[in-house]
Design a protein. Structure first.
Length: 195
């Protein structure tokens, strides 16, 4: 679990790069999500797998995180080489809704993969498309909600550093401008510092 803690310290907010035209909302797609988390997982020796499975004949997706330990550090800081060994850290299975249309089933699998990763790794993101879909409220009523702290931070960083474009730019510029990592626990301090 220490490696998952390290992962959470290193990962920042993931920018939403896709649009759901039906609900007029933004989200990060599965490829963007993998692009953001895989390098950090690899650096920490963690492997993320999502094989398809079945539970009592129903389709399911498994999300597994494996710690591939090939070395350890002892209490004195000395590296101890170990034979490659693995240990499952997390193994979570979700039963999927059934659908006989292969294209729709592919979309269902992708949706559940994305949210399983987001949930298990405790990633920062707003569930815009999920909230709108479940609430079925008109978009203009949702627009009257308070602006999330992430949006305030993004606006303030962009005002001070207009060249900020990517999620990595926001993380780096946030650290440069405030000295804080772009994490939910720091949002209040970041906003105060940027103002």
């Amino acid at each position: 679990m220490n490696k998952l803690l390290e992962f959470q310290k290193k990962v920042g907010a993931i920018s939403k790069d896709s649009t759901n035209p039906f609900f007029k909302s933004r989200y990060f797609d599965i490829n963007k999500l993998i692009e953001e988390v895989k390098p950090i997982l690899n650096e920490l020796g963690l492997v993320l797998l999502q094989p398809l499975d079945s539970i009592k004949g129903k389709p399911a997706i498994r999300t597994i995180i494996i710690d591939c330990r090939d070395r350890e550090v002892d209490n004195s800081g000395k590296t101890i080489n170990l034979n490659s060994s693995t240990e499952k850290i997390l193994d979570y299975i979700t039963i999927l809704p059934e659908n006989s249309d292969p294209q729709k089933m592919g979309s269902i699998i992708t949706y559940y993969r994305r949210y399983a990763i987001q949930s298990l790794l405790f990633l920062q993101a707003e569930d815009d498309d999920g909230n709108i879909a479940s609430n079925r409220k008109p978009l203009d009523k949702l627009m009257n909600k308070p602006v999330p702290q992430k949006a305030i931070i993004a606006k303030l960083i962009k005002e001070q550093m207009p060249q900020t474009e990517t999620a990595e730019d926001y993380r780096e510029n946030c650290m440069t401008l405030t000295g804080y990592e772009l994490l939910p626990a720091n949002y209040e301090n970041i906003i105060n510092s940027l103002r």
